[in-house]
Design a protein around this ligand. Structure first.
Ligand code: TRP
Ligand code: ZN
Length: 442
C-alpha cells in the first residue's frame, strides 16, 4: 500500500487549512486550484459513486505534500503529473505526496481515483448537505462543506476554479449540473452528460441532480441559455418557469449583466427544506416560490460571481439576496424603507435578535440565522439611508462589476462604500455588523 505519513517537521508540506474563521479544518494552503474535471459514475444500487477527479493547480510554495478535503470514500490511486503518488487519509483530508517536490509557481495536475457510498454530511445547525439520495436518484448540495463528500477538492470559497463534469448514469435518468450542457450521449444503457462551467466557481456551488426530470429549454431575449429540470412527481413550478426570464432581466437592470452564459433551475423532491444558489442553476426542494427564486437568482451576482473568501463574511451573500427580495417586493408593494422599519419595530433593543452580529457569528451553527439574512439586509437599507440612493446604487453595482469572478471580504465592501460616498463609515459598519446590540442613529 502506498501510504506514507508526511513528517510534521517537513517545512515544505502544504498547510491543511485555509484558516477560515468558522471552518478552520477546511481548505488547504500551498496551492491554488485552477480547474477540476469530475468524471463520475452514479451507481443506482446503494446510491454509490465511482469517481476520477482531476485538479489542476498552481503551487504557491515549494510542496513536498499537499492536502485536499475528502470525507469518506475509498481512494484507490493518486497520480501527480501522470506519475503515481503516495497518499494518506487524515480526518476529512487526503494528503498527497508526489514523487518529486513541486516548485513554487509550477502548475501541476492531480488525479484521484476513488469509489464508495458518499456520506450525507450533517451541519452544525442539523441540516443535511453533501450527497443526498432521493426516491429516484441523488442530489449533491455543498453549502458550506458538502463538496468533500463526493469529490476531493480545496474546500474553501477562497479558491475558485473552473469546472468540467462528465457524469455517467443509467440512461433512463436525467443529470443536471452547473453551466453549459455541451453533450449527451448514450452507450450500453448508460447516459453520459457533459457540462462545462467556464467561469470560476467556489466548490460549495458545484452540484449534481440525478433522477427522473422533465427538461425545459429556452433562451432569454438577451441570449442567456435556459435549461431547467423539474421533478414530474411534484406539482410543476409553472409560475417559476414562466417568470424566470423576466426576473433575470429585472436583476440585470438592478445590478449589471448576468454573470454567466447559462441559467435555469432544478426542482426536485430532496427533503432538505432549503434552496441553494448552485451556480447558474439554483436547486429547490420540491417547490419554487417566486420570492425564493428571486433570492437564489440574486445570489448568482452576490455569492456566486462575487464570493466571500471566508465563511464569516456570509452576510455578503445572504444580506444581499434578502435585500433583493425587499427590492422585488417594493416594485409592487412596500418600500424597502417600510420593510426595514417593520423589522426594526419587531425587534426592540434587548431582543435576542440583536445578540448575534452578522460579522461575529461565533458558532458555525449560526451560518444561516436571522443575523445573517435579516440583519444583513437591514445593514444594506441602513447604508442606503445613510449615504443616499446614488452612492448606494453605485456601491452595489461596483461591488459586482469590480469583484465578479473573485473571492473577497467585508473589509473591501466597506472600503468601496467609503470611497463612493466619501464618508467615514467605520462606526456605521461596526454598529451594524460587529456589535451584539441594536444600532442607533445611523
Ligand atoms: N444559502 C441558502 C440560501 O439562502 C440556504 C442554505 C443553504 C441553508 N444551506 C442551508 C439554510 C442549511 C439552512 C440550512 O439560499
Ligand atoms: Zn440565500
Amino acid at each position: 500500500m502506498l501510504a506514507v505519513p508526511a513528517s510534521a517537521a517537513d517545512v515544505d508540506a502544504g498547510p491543511l487549512t485555509s484558516r477560515d474563521s468558522l471552518f478552520p479544518h477546511q481548505g488547504n494552503g500551498g496551492y491554488n486550484a485552477q480547474s477540476y474535471h469530475l468524471d463520475l459514475t452514479y451507481v443506482r444500487h446503494g446510491h454509490a459513486l465511482k469517481g476520477l477527479t482531476t485538479m489542476t493547480a498552481r503551487a504557491r510554495q515549494d510542496l513536498t505534500s499537499f492536502g485536499l478535503d475528502l470525507e469518506g470514500l475509498n481512494v484507490s490511486r493518486v497520480w501527480v503529473n501522470g506519475v503515481r503518488a503516495s497518499f494518506h487519509r487524515g480526518s476529512d483530508k487526503l494528503v498527497v505526496t508526489p514523487v518529486r517536490e513541486l516548485r513554487t509557481g509550477s502548475i501541476f495536475t492531480t488525479r484521484i481515483q476513488y469509489a464508495g457510498v458518499p456520506h450525507t454530511h450533517v451541519d452544525p445547525d442539523g441540516s443535511s448537505e453533501g450527497w443526498i439520495p432521493t426516491a429516484d436518484g441523488v442530489v449533491a448540495l455543498n453549502e458550506p462543506v458538502g463538496a468533500m463528500t463526493w469529490f476531493p477538492n480545496n474546500n474553501t470559497p477562497r479558491d475558485k476554479a473552473r469546472y468540467r463534469f462528465t457524469i455517467h448514469a443509467p440512461k433512463r435518468l436525467e443529470v443536471a449540473s452547473n453551466g453549459r450542457l455541451v453533450r449527451r450521449t448514450t452507450r450500453h444503457g448508460i447516459g453520459t452528460w457533459h457540462y462545462v462551467m467556464a467561469k470560476p466557481m467556489a466548490s460549495y456551488l458545484a452540484f449534481l441532480a440525478i433522477g427522473q426530470f422533465k427538461i425545459h429549454h429556452g433562451r432569454t431575449s438577451d441570449g442567456i441559455r435556459l435549461l431547467s429540470f423539474t421533478d414530474p412527481k411534484v406539482p410543476a413550478p409553472t409560475a417559476a418557469l414562466r417568470k424566470l426570464p423576466g426576473i433575470l432581466h429585472w436583476l440585470q437592470t438592478q445590478f449589471g449583466p448576468y454573470p454567466f452564459a447559462d441559467a435555469g433551475f432544478v426542482d426536485d423532491k430532496i427533503g432538505v427544506d432549503y434552496a441553494l444558489e448552485t451556480q447558474t442553476r439554483p436547486t429547490f426542494d420540491g417547490t419554487v416560490p417566486i420570492t425564493d427564486l428571486v433570492h437564489e437568482l440574486a445570489h448568482q451576482w452576490f455569492g456566486d460571481a462575487v464570493t466571500p473568501a471566508d465563511w464569516g463574511d456570509i452576510w455578503l451573500n445572504e444580506g444581499f439576496a434578502t435585500y433583493t427580495e425587499w427590492l422585488w417586493a417594493a416594485r409592487t408593494g412596500e418600500s424597502t424603507e417600510d420593510q426595514f422599519t417593520e423589522l426594526l419595530a419587531a425587534h426592540p433593543a434587548g431582543d435576542p435578535f440583536w445578540q448575534t452580529p452578522p460579522q461575529d457569528l461565533g458558532d458555525p451553527a449560526n451560518l444561516f440565522g436571522n443575523a445573517v439574512y435579516e440583519r444583513g439586509a437591514m445593514t444594506l437599507e441602513a447604508l442606503r439611508e445613510t449615504i443616499g440612493d446614488v452612492a448606494f446604487n453605485t456601491t452595489i453595482r461596483q461591488w459586482y462589476v469590480g469583484h465578479r469572478g473573485q473571492s473577497t471580504s467585508t473589509a473591501e465592501f466597506i472600503d468601496l462604500a467609503e470611497q463612493t460616498s466619501g464618508q467615514d463609515l467605520t462606526s456605521f459598519f461596526h454598529n451594524w455588523l460587529d456589535q451584539p446590540t441594536r444600532p442607533t442613529g445611523w
